[in-house]
Design a protein around this ligand. Structure first.
Ligand code: T3D
Length: 260
């Protein structure tokens, strides 16, 4: 069974984590499948939006805990796993100049929860939940959890989620600003497809620069951000999609963005 299912249609690269019997926990094959899908998304202009989801009843239970040999003598170096696989993946997701939509279909735990939060627009089924499970096994959050959580939910909520490992419902995740939307289970596929297909026919370069500006704001002053907006606007204003947008508005037609 392929650990990651990938299909491309209508400009959307659909990426499905596919180890349902293990709640799609990350093992080497699944991590490799994700890296390959990212490489394709980076190089293929036909891909204008990514849609990530999980097969079965879970989204992703984080690192596969059977992968490490607890009986091995000597200390285990978990840092190298982050250096080799997880950190490059999260950095590539954030740097990709295309939107990544995540449909959290069930429990998202540990690295699985933070992998979801690294996506640009996150929807979750009402029955889904988010668990910073790391503390339960004596670890600290990784995959950007200590970066995303305080920025999205505030220091208090980030601290309590990380220190208790308490399960957060999708409804609370929406209320706390961790995710874009919590939807009824039956609506998750429909809603996430709808938004992905719409983004895939949008002005892709503009979407990529929006992503860049929004993520840059966390480390910028207002003056720096204003300068960045000016630079990005100057750049995007030279492209054909801006002309298409304004022309079709004035002509009361629907724009056909080329994503250039
Ligand atoms: O090692 C490093 O590189 C360090 C990096 C760490 C990053 C991390 O992600 S650390 C956090 C790792 N994840 C966890 O600690 C979560 C472990 N899983 C759970 O706590 C629970 O499974 C859930 C709360 C997510 C869901 O519970 P529940 O009751 O709905 O399902 P379940 O029965 O526990 O799981 C179903 C099956 O999936 C089960 O297998 P079985 O018994 O039917 O054969 C279970 O063992 C398996 N499974 C779930 N999570 C993992 C897993 N197998 C391997 N690794 C897992 N993380």
């Amino acid at each position: 069974m392929e650990p990651v299912l990938v299909s491309i249609e209508a400009g959307v690269q659909r990426i499905t984590l596919n180890r349902p019997d293990k709640l799609n926990a990350f093992d080497p094959a699944l991590r490799k499948g994700l890296a390959d899908a990212m490489a394709r998304a980076e190089s293929d202009d036909a891909i204008r939006c990514l849609l990530v989801s999980g097969a079965g009843r879970g989204f992703c239970a984080g690192q596969d805990l059977t992968e490490r040999d607890m009986k091995a003598a000597g200390p285990i170096d978990l840092g190298s796993g982050l250096d080799i696989a997880y950190n490059p993946l999260i950095k590539r997701m954030r740097a990709l100049p295309k939107p990544i939509v995540c449909a959290v279909n069930g429990v998202a735990a540990g690295a699985g929860a933070n992998f979801a939060l690294a996506c640009d627009i996150v929807l979750a089924a009402r029955s889904a939940s988010f668990i910073q499970a790391f503390v339960k096994i004596g670890l600290v959050p990784d995959c950007g959890g200590t970066y995303f959580l305080p920025r999205l939910a505030g220091t208090q909520r980030a601290m309590a989620l990380a220190m208790t490992g308490e399960r957060l419902s999708a409804e609370d995740a929406e209320r706390w600003g961790l995710i874009w939307k919590c939807v009824d289970d039956a609506q998750l596929k429909i809603e996430s497809e709808k938004i992905s297909v719409a983004l895939a026919s949008g002005p892709t370069r503009s979407l990529g620069l929006i992503k860049k500006a929004i993520y840059a704001s966390a480390g910028n002053t207002l003056a720096e951000q204003l300068d960045l907006e000016r630079d990005l606007q100057r750049e995007i204003g030279k492209g054909p999609d801006y002309r298409e947008g304004v022309t079709t508005f004035l002509e009361k037609r629907k724009p056909a963005f080329k994503g250039q």
